[in-house]
Design a protein around this ligand. Sequence first.
Ligand SMILES: Nc1nc2c(ncn2[C@@H]2O[C@H](COP(=O)(O)OP(=O)(O)OP(=O)(O)O)[C@@H](O)[C@H]2O)c(=O)[nH]1
Ligand SMILES: [Ca+2]
Length: 972
Amino acid sequence: MEVATVVEDAVEYSFAMEYHGPPITRELPRAVPINVDRIPVASVVATPSFSDRLSLPVVQPISATDILSKKPPKDLELCSSPAELLTVSPTSVIAFESRNNEVSEDSYSKELGLGTETTVSPSSVSNAFEVREPESCHGNDVCALSGELSSDFECCNGDGEVNGVKEMRCSSISLDHSCEFVGGLESSGALEASDSFEKSREFSGSLCKSRLSSGFKESVDFNESNRTDWASNESVLSMDYLSSRVSSRKFGDVNNESGCDVRRAPVVTFCDIESDDGNTNEEFSRSEPEVVRAKKEPAIKVRKGACYRCLKGNRFTEKEVCMVCDAKYCTNCVLRAMGSMPEGRKCVTCIGYPIEESKRDLLGKCSRMLKRLLNDLEVRQIMKAEKLCEMNQLPPEYICVNGRPLYHEELIILQSCINPPKKLKPGNYWYDKVSGLWGKEGQKPSQVISPHLNVGGPIKADASNGNTQVFINGREITKVELRMLKLAGVQCAGNPHFWVNEDGSYQEEGQKNTKGYIWGKAGTKLLCAVLSLPVPSKSSYPFGEQVTSTNSRTMPDYLEQRAIQKLLMIGYDGSGTSTIFKQAKILYKDVPFSEDEREHIKSVIQSHVYSYIGILLEGRERFEEEILNGLRQNQSCDGPTLAGNVNANGEETLYSICPRLKAFSDWLLKIMASGTLEAIFPAASREYAPIVEELWGNAAFQATYKRRSELETLPSIASYFLERAVDILKPDYKPSDVDILYAERVTSSNGLSCVEFSFPELAYDDDADSGDLHDSLLRFQLIRLQAKGFGESCKWLQMFEDVRIIIFCVSLSDYDQFATDGDGNSLNKMLLSRKFFETMVTHPTFDQMDFLLLLNKYDLFEEKIERVPLTQCDWFDDFHPVISRNRSNSNSINHPTLGQLGFHYIAVKFKRLFASLTGRKLYVSQVKGLEPTSVDSALKYAKDILNWDEERPNFSLSEHSIYSTEASSYSQ
Ligand SMILES: Nc1nc2c(ncn2[C@@H]2O[C@H](COP(=O)(O)OP(=O)(O)OP(=O)(O)O)[C@@H](O)[C@H]2O)c(=O)[nH]1
Ligand SMILES: [Ca+2]
């Protein structure tokens, strides 16, 4: 039957759209039949004379005659008392059941039988339901209910029967509140949805389109937020356009599976917004409906290119776009049309609506127009709000994992894990929880995400639509994966079933032994890159740390539940990033370094000590040479007799050593020159420990050590270890935290390291306000990336687009230091740092991101600036401090030290540079990397910047200005 015939005498009806969202896995509300005769009926009110602009929903009251004329079904029971009419049982639900797909009008009317304990007032029903003609109704049983304001039972046909009601849009059904009607309906009737969700699932906006189909019950938690739909007539209307197309094919499928539970089956596929891969699903074509989620239309239609408000302009006029309805506004109108933008760039009427998915990538990316119109703080506040406000978050049910739409908690787990799926978009995905492999349904894996996340359903064998008869963790793999396995040397004969762990170790199913590591071979990663297959991310922890939902549940606020906050720390080589990183581990981790790490670090430290000794021995040779040269000259002046043979009279210089030590020295220097030091030590440590002891006690060595400041290649930290060289080189040496902190090159081999932490609660602080508690719940991930990592390409940086703040380290003491750049030129290290800073600050990935500049090694700087003028560095040539005469006066505010002045001067230099590049404000702090408290406060400052950024949206725009002065410890 055509739907059009269903609603024959409808006066002012409209049709709901079919539901095309992901399958609903919960009970759907049962519609409780209505005792028509007992329905209190409001009198018809004259159409209120609201102007068109006033967006208030108008309800057509049900008149008794209307109802009666629609011949209520005979099996509707009657209610006996008016009181009952206002009572709504908590179990009252709306049920639509059909025993088979051939739903007759009769069967529906029967099933709409009255529940005994439930009564529903007509007005609530009329508000809640309106059957609209689905734009694309296929099949006679497809009709839709939408919770629109409408007149009475237009879903009833002439016989008063509801026809083939299969689709219901819950979004705008406000059930647990009596609806406030404009038409003067006195009704307070409400239809309550039972809260039978295991997890209360709140639907909002268009998200809660639930699909009702055969044998399929759902109950929906209707909450307050749904009522926003009522607030605006415009919105309600526009919601209607959130339509979708469903191919008849799918309906055929569903209908043919009569009586089968389709809860867990993927009902929809999502249009691939990115539609990146051209090879999409060629072989893979499940008979699934294609869904196109239509968008909220702009309130008005305008000439192409014109501004939606003033109607002026052409397509060349610069315009800002509404993230929801795509309305475009010119410079003059945008602020009026969008107001204070509490949810980012949306027309005022679109606030509270989900964004158009295709615009998700634009979230938080500010346009030039806004940058011109608003000040920096306002822009950042709006962009933050746009990115973080709840309404703009990805709706969990748009993400289907292994055939099941996600719950809110699951999406959070997914997004906040160590290796979340990149650029997650609505769609159907498969996820292999054991290995962490992740891909689009029907396609090869695209990523390795954190394993063991409790999201989605169990993986299906055909998840990636493989046809190789080779299985990994229960999934039949794709051809390209099989090719990779074969090239990686994995035996694939005999259609094996592999069990692959997150570390890439694999076993054949049923066997105990690990057969090898898939990613272990040198060429495999390259191979994967060539085949565009994912490899485990370097940042992944060996044991994929899982963010459990229990964890996130302790944090009430949505924003806190979100992701862990990522702090990316970068800096030019030698700036101290690894020191600060280690300091953070020591500060915030109960076990900063594992036994294995310590064992590894021990050998690194030991080989360092040998290299320091080597540098000293080299120095000793130099000093000895110098003295001998001096002697030679003296002697040549005295007379020719002794020339050429300095030791002829057996004279020894202060720097001479005995032949045995000399032999060791020669050998060590040779090893160092060949660059194999690390390979030989510390294995040789035991053997050479005694000779080192002897060396340390040697007068010539000690004399050299006294002159160590003359040895450029000896790092200043060397003395810390050399003083204890004898102990350190013993086999049973165990590096302490401080040893590790001071040791160079112990953090990571690949240039990337990360640590997850939160700031510990202050136990002693009794009256700690909730702010402190709040802070201790925030989780951070400090990621340190070595400057070398940028060498080859900045492509890496795209991995970090979700970091919240960039911590850029500069060593203050670099101003008189030189290093060779890529072209072999010797350049001032401060200038090299500046160049790197400029590159990072202007990198597109970090656009709009906060930068915190840590001016490190303040201790060295304070000392150095007294000896070496800051003007040694060209960039600082206008540093002319006015120094207080009374330098001994320790009142640092009135009489700043040269160090303080220098620091402040450099901070301002960087701030100006930053402002000239970005137009924004740079945060700066000084730090002493070797001092725990100093690093602690620097990192807390980073946290404060983030907190402060998050809180800003709570203040109106005008209030921001007061913060701007507090924003930085050192404003210009
Ligand atoms: N005196 C002093 N030395 C520091 C400070 N911070 C770091 N250092 C030393 O500076 C040297 C370089 O620091 P690293 O932490 O290795 O810095 P990095 O070069 O950015 O990091 P990697 O190259 O990855 O090791 C090390 O010897 C540190 O001990 C500081 O605040 N004061
Ligand atoms: Ca270093």
